[in-house]
Design a protein around this ligand. Structure first.
Ligand SMILES: Nc1ncnc2c1ncn2[C@@H]1O[C@H](COP(=O)(O)OP(=O)(O)O)[C@@H](O)[C@H]1O
Ligand SMILES: [Mg+2]
Length: 379
């Protein structure tokens, strides 16, 4: 059932996308679990970092089967261990970092593995209200019968407290500080008061398994400060961009291929062509090339997530307007919308990259040559 449903979804939640892996892990999980958790910390770790090609035997849809757990997060393994430990403790987990470093992805994977649900999510915006964080009312019922549990509309946080599940708070620092601060007492006392309701109904104690994973972007417009009181309720983990180019290439290649397959677009992807894309992003992000040429970094974040998104658009371009084979020209054509967002200076930096770095590499490889020839699209 879940599988046919997810076939029609643009992006199924992690617990749906990876039901088989989660079932394999649960079946083989004999390690101790924190109260309220679906899996042990070790199994959560394997879910995120993969089983290294090892397959797990389990029963799936009535049949015995073998499942390999895919590697989903690339990079700092110790960060995963610390995050899992934080979630088993009394403090919330705050994942901070530049945009596109997989903070949201990690919070989704952690919630899916630990609580079996990743959609219990508050999206922080400049317009988030305290009601959206805590609870609101069905006004028709409220007016006819007065305040009651039936008239209360629970928020994701309310559900997390009540059912003992993780709550995700995306981009918490986009909320005004006074709104963020409504989390302080909940995180320290693990209780939500509903003053409109009398007696026991007016106090919601957190069930074991409840905790909060928040994410915050460091470098972005519209980001607010966080109060020290709230900071103390969280353990901070900084998620860094992927440092290793080979690893980044594998990730961008795999994810582009998966997105294209999901979009039912048949495209031939060559690793060497994807390398043009990943090198461009890596060089501009770091501000230096392998040849030790120093570059001016664009103001736009050249994140891995953006590279995947360029790879995907370039693939669609190759499928629908090309011959079904991804070339450097498709990459160049699709770079514009990512790199040239709102700062005209960035266009010059990208042009400089083509004039210096791409030009010299064009002498050694046909792919780089095609890429260099396509620079007209950047104008
Ligand atoms: N270290 C990483 N491991 C796996 N995927 C990554 C990594 N860094 C970036 N990504 C890519 O970024 C995408 C998710 O970005 P997202 O979680 O939205 O980032 P953020 O919330 O930090 O802005 C992933 O789907 C993946 O394509
Ligand atoms: Mg995010």
């Amino acid at each position: 059932m879940a599988q046919t449903k997810s076939q029609h979804r643009v992006k199924p939640p992690a617990e749906e996308l990876y039901t088989k892996e989660l079932s394999a892990l649960a079946f083989n999980d004999h390690q101790p679990k924190p109260p309220g958790w679906n899996l042990s910390p070790r199994a959560v770790r394997t879910f995120i970092l993969g089983s290294d090609g090892k397959s797990l035997s389990h029963t799936w849809q009535g049949k015995k089967t073998e499942t390999v757990i895919s590697e989903k997060f690339y990079g700092d393994d110790a960060l995963i261990d610390r995050s899992v430990i934080t979630l088993a403790g009394n403090r919330g987990l705050l994942l901070v970092g530049e945009p596109g470093t997989a903070k949201s992805m990690l919070s989704e994977l952690l919630s899916a593995a630990i609580s079996g649900v990743s959609t219990n999510t508050i999206q922080g915006t400049a317009g988030t209200t305290e009601d959206q964080i805590k609870y609101s009312w069905n006004f028709a019922l409220l007016l006819s019968d007065g305040p009651s549990l039936q008239a209360l509309v629970p928020s994701p946080l309310y559900i997390g407290l009540k059912e003992g599940k993780l709550v995700r708070f995306e981009e918490i620092t986009r909320c005004p500080p006074e709104i963020q601060d409504s989390m302080v007492s909940i995180l320290s006392d693990k209780v939500l008061l509903i003053p409109e309701l009398k007696g026991d109904e007016g106090v919601l104690f957190a069930r074991k398994g409840f905790n909060v994973i928040a994410t915050a972007n460091l470098r972005d417009r519209g980001v607010n400060e966080m109060s020290s009181a709230l900071k103390r309720r969280f353990n901070f983990e900084t998620v860094q961009p992927i440092g290793d180019k080979k690893q980044e290439l594998k990730l961008v290649y795999d994810q582009t291929q998966r997105l294209l397959a999901d979009a039912e677009a048949t495209v031939e992807l060559e690793m060497d062509v994807m390398e043009l894309l990943v090198s461009t992003f890596h060089d501009l992000r770091v501000g230096q090339t392998e040849e030790k040429i120093t570059l001016e970094k664009p103001t736009t974040v050249m994140s891995t997530a953006e590279a995947v998104s360029v790879g995907f658009s370039a693939g669609l371009d190759a499928c629908y307007f090309g011959e079904g084979k991804l070339t450097g020209e498709h990459i160049a054509r699709n770079l514009i919308g990512t790199v040239l967002k709102d700062n005209p200076e960035d266009a010059k930096k990208l042009k400089h990259y083509f004039d210096v770095v791409v030009k010299s590499r064009a002498q050694k490889s046909t792919h780089w040559e095609a890429y260099y020839k396509a620079r007209k699209w950047l104008a």
